[in-house]
Design a protein around this ligand. Structure first.
Ligand code: FE
Ligand code: FE
Ligand code: ZN
Length: 277
């Protein structure tokens, strides 16, 4: 069965989140591990995390994805904001050690006028500080829409970070269908071409997770406005091609469409039916 889930609204602990995933027919999930808009970390609760681990095992979950807070910007001009990014990632990765073998996804950040090269250098430096060899979590760079001075709107920018980081061997990439389309890669009409380009630049072996979103805007718009599945410019058929593409088999697919857990449940049911599950 395809690992299909959604970004869940987190409240009441990790085991509860696992239960919420089951309710919506998911066998993977994505969540924040701290307040997405604030820096404050949640207290680590090992028994709660152990119960989620057991639930995942019992129900045949694929790997899950923790999403870094949105305010994290590892390539800010401001040294204090960069330091905070490292501190947050370090704390989140400490929590993730209680969920070994899963993923931690983050937005590379916005270089705010410093330039792509300098921004990539700062991101790589942070990763080399916090991605320790003993970690049991794979850290993922997310493909971005390229809004403003966002890094990661071009596959080549992710390649540059991977080349600059000494810890590169333990990094992966999460592909967001809306971001990639908005970034100018026409995943709606030419999935094979986009994956070929990704493979040439980044390498398909780096691809560990997929964010499944439709887009409100046409390819190349650099807007980053997610749409419900089938209600955007990518379309249901193209999303089904993503879910069933042989090169993406076995990856966790996570919805981040603009709806709540119940809405994601309806999308999961629709998509499972469309792919014949
Ligand atoms: Fe994201
Ligand atoms: Fe995303
Ligand atoms: Zn987005």
């Amino acid at each position: 069965m395809t690992y299909l889930g959604a970004h869940l609204s987190s409240s009441g602990g990790f085991y509860k989140m696992g239960q919420a995933a089951l309710v919506i027919g998911a066998n993977t999930l994505q969540c924040f591990v701290r307040n997405p808009r604030g820096a404050k970390a949640k207290k680590i609760d090992p028994p709660d995390l152990a119960r989620l681990r057991a639930l995942m095992e019992e129900h045949g979950f694929g790997p899950i994805v923790a999403h870094a807070p949105y305010i994290m910007n590892p390539c800010s001009k401001d040294e204090g904001i960069r330091a905070l990014a490292a501190e947050m990632m370090e704390g989140d990765l400490a929590l993730m050690e209680h969920l070994p073998g899963n993923y931690y996804n983050f937005h590379p950040g916005s270089h705010v006028g410093q330039g792509v090269e300098a921004g990539c250098r700062q991101i790589a430096n942070m990763l080399d500080r916090v991605v320790r060899p003993e970690l049991q979590t794979t850290v993922l760079l997310e493909t971005m829409a390229g809004k403003g001075s966002e890094i990661g709107g071009r596959f080549q920018e992710l390649r540059t970070i991977l080349d600059m980081a000494s810890c590169s061997g333990r990094l992966g990439v999460c592909l967001d269908t809306c971001h990639v389309s908005d970034g100018g890669y026409d995943i709606g009409n030419d999935l094979d071409g986009v994956l070929e380009e990704f493979d040439k630049t980044v390498g398909l072996s780096r691809l560990k997770a997929v964010h499944v979103n439709d887009s409100m805007n046409p390819p190349g718009s650099r807007k980053d406005r997610h749409a419900l599945i089938g209600q955007g410019t990518i379309g249901l058929e193209a999303i089904v091609r993503v879910l069933t593409h042989p090169a993406l088999r076995g990856l966790p697919f996570l919805l981040e469409t603009p709806t709540d857990d119940a809405g994601h449940g309806a999308e999961i049911a629709m998509l499972r039916e469309a792919i014949g599950e």
